[in-house]
Design a protein around this ligand. Structure first.
Ligand code: ASP
Length: 332
């Protein structure tokens, strides 16, 4: 390696620089990752539940890494536009993706998926688990789940459900709900459930199944009708809320999990340091308190590893593939 030419201007560079010491290219390389801001790509609109987790996390994560985390919303096709972008991004350690169950459902939903979830990424860690809730516009006549089921039967094909595209958990939850109640629903896609929630609050759509990271404040303030949570057990953030399963929709269970990915061949130094910083960030008191208030649950340490994420992703692909195929839902 050749030394970088040194023009000796003592007033500017000082004595060592004048001697040429410390100005080899290796000196720049000696600065370890990360030396500049890191982009965290979110596959859905700003203000929605995935975005809420990413932005809350970006603060303690940036602190732990000593760099700014730039949250970038890359919208479209239920999260697959963002996943494709990150799969094709330079593997330089400065682009990461936060995504949810959509990473596992996309292979069954899209006949021509431009990326392979199991081979096109480096896996960093899972993040938090988030329950979902079934909510409706405030003036929908049905006040509880039995009334909603009766209303759906009496108004077949007239009720619509907002969602964030094929591959979104709001769509998946809607599909599971539709199968459980045996009533068809017209679906209305948005580029995230942030905008879908605005449409619900404005009375433009009827139903939405969405993460508690967005719905908890709306439920608590009474801005929406609320029919139950999608988890097997009741949740601490909404302790009085019944589950959909306990109200008769047997086996109804959808939990949203999140993973952090980097483009394939991203240096191990970056993914490992990101993982360590993430574990620190998840314990940050302000982040942990906010997440708990919004119903998010911590995940066990075994899932906070690259293998923990990849193995879970594989299991989820195997779980949802047949369900989606039997529902006959797909996009080209
Ligand atoms: N809740 C959305 C989904 O259905 C995504 C979002 O806007 O965060 O996947």
């Amino acid at each position: 390696m050749r030394p970088v030419p040194v023009i000796c201007r003592a007033a500017v560079f000082g004595l060592l620089a004048c001697a040429g010491i410390g100005l080899w290219p290796a000196a720049a390389g000696a600065q370890t990752w990360p030396v500049r801001p890191i982009t965290l790509v979110v596959p859905f609109a700003a203000g929605g539940p995935t975005d809420v987790v990413a932005r809350a996390l970006s603060v303690p994560l940036g602190k732990a890494l000593g760099q700014t985390i730039v949250v970038e919303n890359k919208l479209g096709a239920g999260g697959t536009v963002a996943a494709t972008t990150v799969a094709r991004a330079a593997p330089d350690g400065y682009t990461f993706l936060i995504h949810h169950n959509g990473m596992a459902t996309a292979p069954a939903l899209y006949r021509k998926l431009p990326f392979n979830p199991l081979t096109d990424f480096e896996y960093v860690s899972q993040v938090v688990d988030v329950p979902m809730t079934l909510v409706a516009r405030k003036d929908l006549p049905a006040r509880d789940l039995p009334e909603l089921l009766a209303y759906l039967k009496a108004n077949r094909d007239k009720v619509n459900l907002a969602h964030a595209g094929l591959g979104a958990v709001s769509h998946l939850c809607g599909m599971v709900f539709r199968q459980a109640v045996g009533v068809d629903l017209t679906t209305v896609p948005y580029q995230g459930t942030g905008p879908a929630m605005l449409a619900l609050l404005g009375g433009q759509v009827d139903l939405l199944c969405d993460q508690t990271t967005q719905t908890t404040p709306q439920i608590k303030s009474g801005a929406v009708r609320f029919y139950g949570v999608t988890t097997a057990q009741r949740i601490k953030a909404l302790p009085d809320a019944p589950t959909l399963a306990e109200q008769g929709l047997k086996g109804f269970e959808v939990m949203v999990w999140h993973g952090i990915y980097a483009p394939k061949s991203t240096p191990r130094e970056a993914t490992e340091k990101f993982n360590t910083a993430l574990r620190t960030a998840l314990k940050d008191p302000a982040f942990a308190t906010r997440m708990a208030e919004l119903g998010a649950e911590q995940v066990p340490d075994a899932k906070l590893t690259p293998d923990g994420l990849r193995n879970w992703l594989k299991q989820e692909i195997d779980r949802w593939g047949p369900v989606i195929k039997s529902a006959g839902v797909y996009a080209d």
